[in-house]
Design a binder for this molecule. Structure first.
Ligand code: FES
Length: 279
């Protein structure tokens, strides 16, 4: 059991949760994630570690309220406990001095990106971060990202903050203007990572994406997180979560990730009705 130390909402549906996990705090590296089970019967939910405090023995997770489990997690408060939390899992992000790196974040993708941008900066890279979201309330961690970036570009779909438009439009514009980039790291919704990869491919820019498919055991045993990369089956939990964006079969990944949607909608409605009934 892991105790929640604090929780605060960045926006209506995005919460930052600090959890007691001293061993994970000590060994985690940028790119690592944990699998959380909110209660005994809960599903397993992969969440990237966005920060850690070794002294206080805590890790920071950012959760977007989209399904039943994430809603349950967002409903917990400081002092409550999570049934179990396993990690750190996955391979740490390959940090090296690439030169100039664009860190493209879609929505809550800024949370897993933050430790990566920080490590890239510490390795001597010039870090250009793009924070993108549908609207202003989905732009999170701006101050923290600014602190570890040489330049920050904000994009919103509706123009409510920063420049109006998609991250891919901005990237294309920057590439067309003759800017040289040595690597792009993209973390966000699957379509966003797909289109970032399609944008960088013709320019031959190395592109790393961080995949977050459905996960169950997180140890490479169940096959739940399988993805096709360079025509071969990989398990995101042990071979990833980072992969070469130019080699990922995003269409297959999108199909697999939406295959549980009907069940998820049913479960969410069931929880809502039960809450209304009990309340
Ligand atoms: Fe089971 Fe990756 S979550 S193989």
């Amino acid at each position: 059991m892991n105790k929640i130390i604090s929780k605060h909402f960045y926006s209506e549906n995005v919460a930052e949760i600090v959890v007691e996990a001293p061993l994970i705090a000590r060994s985690r590296k940028a790119g690592h994630f944990v699998i959380v089970r909110v209660d005994k019967n809960g599903e397993r939910m992969p969440l990237t570690i966005s920060d850690a405090d070794v002294e206080n023995g805590t890790i920071t997770l950012v959760v977007q309220r989209i399904g039943v489990s994430s809603s349950k997690l967002c409903a917990l408060d400081a002092g409550d406990v999570i049934a179990d939390l396993v990690g750190p899992l996955g391979k740490a992000t390959a940090i090296r001095n690439y030169g100039t790196v664009v860190c493209a974040c879609g929505g809550v993708g800024a949370a897993p990106m933050l430790p990566i941008a920080e490590a890239l900066k510490a390795a001597g890279n010039r870090v250009i971060s793009v924070l993108a979201g549908r609207s202003k309330d989905l732009i999170i961690l701006e101050e923290e990202v600014r602190a570890v970036s040489d330049e920050v570009i904000i994009m919103t779909d509706d123009g409510s903050y920063g420049e109006k438009g998609l991250v891919t439009q901005k990237l294309q514009e920057l590439i067309d203007a003759g800017n040289q980039y040595d690597a792009v790291i993209a973390i966000g919704p699957i379509p966003m990572m797909k289109f970032v990869s399609l944008t960088t491919k013709p320019a031959g820019i190395k592109t790393i994406v961080s995949l977050n498919p459905i996960m169950i055991d997180g140890t490479g045993m169940c096959g739940g997180c399988r993805v096709t990369v360079s025509g071969k089956t990989k398990f995101a939990c042990v071979d990833g979560p980072d992969f070469d964006g130019h080699e990922v079969d995003f269409d297959e990944l999108m199909r697999r990730n939406t295959s549980h949607k009907a069940q998820e909608t049913h479960d969410r409605e069931h929880c809502r009705l039960r809450g209304a009934h009990n309340g």
